[in-house]
Design a protein. Sequence first.
Length: 185
Amino acid sequence: MKILLDFLPIVLFFAAYKLHGIYVATAVIMAATVVQMGIVYWLDKKLSAMHKATLALILIFGALTLALQDERFIKWKPTVLYAAMAAALAVALWGFGKNFLKIMLGSQLALPDGVWHRLTIAWIAYSLFMAALNGYVAAYFSTDAWASFKLWGYVFPLAFILGQGFYVARHLSDPADQAPQDPTP
């Protein structure tokens, strides 16, 4: 359900773009993201750092897009978000010896440290790939092509998350394996 909730602002953005253009679509994605974060907060009683960063960047870059009537701001927002995420994960891991993924998700997933390390490196690489890909499309393609990429390019995060799920599943320990065995026959 949460992946659908994540996808909803993009669908609304794309529909508004096709019907009314980039500036109406920008206002729609700003409003949709505020509503989305309200629902996430209502469900989870908190917003993750990524949710807060996404909301802030949508509102800042959206406001700049609308105030300056310059579509480049909203088109470059994903590149900034992905690059910032890659930088934060890399600096934490290699600069401070901290694994943000493990810190944020370690209470939900019991994984060996080596797996957390590889997951973090995968997230850094994925974030850099997505930053570069969005930057390339934003710089060298029309706004129409970029808007379509935002909708159909959602296959990349879905594929990445699915791949992460399969990788993590291999390393999760089965609680039945850890249960004490009954010594009586």
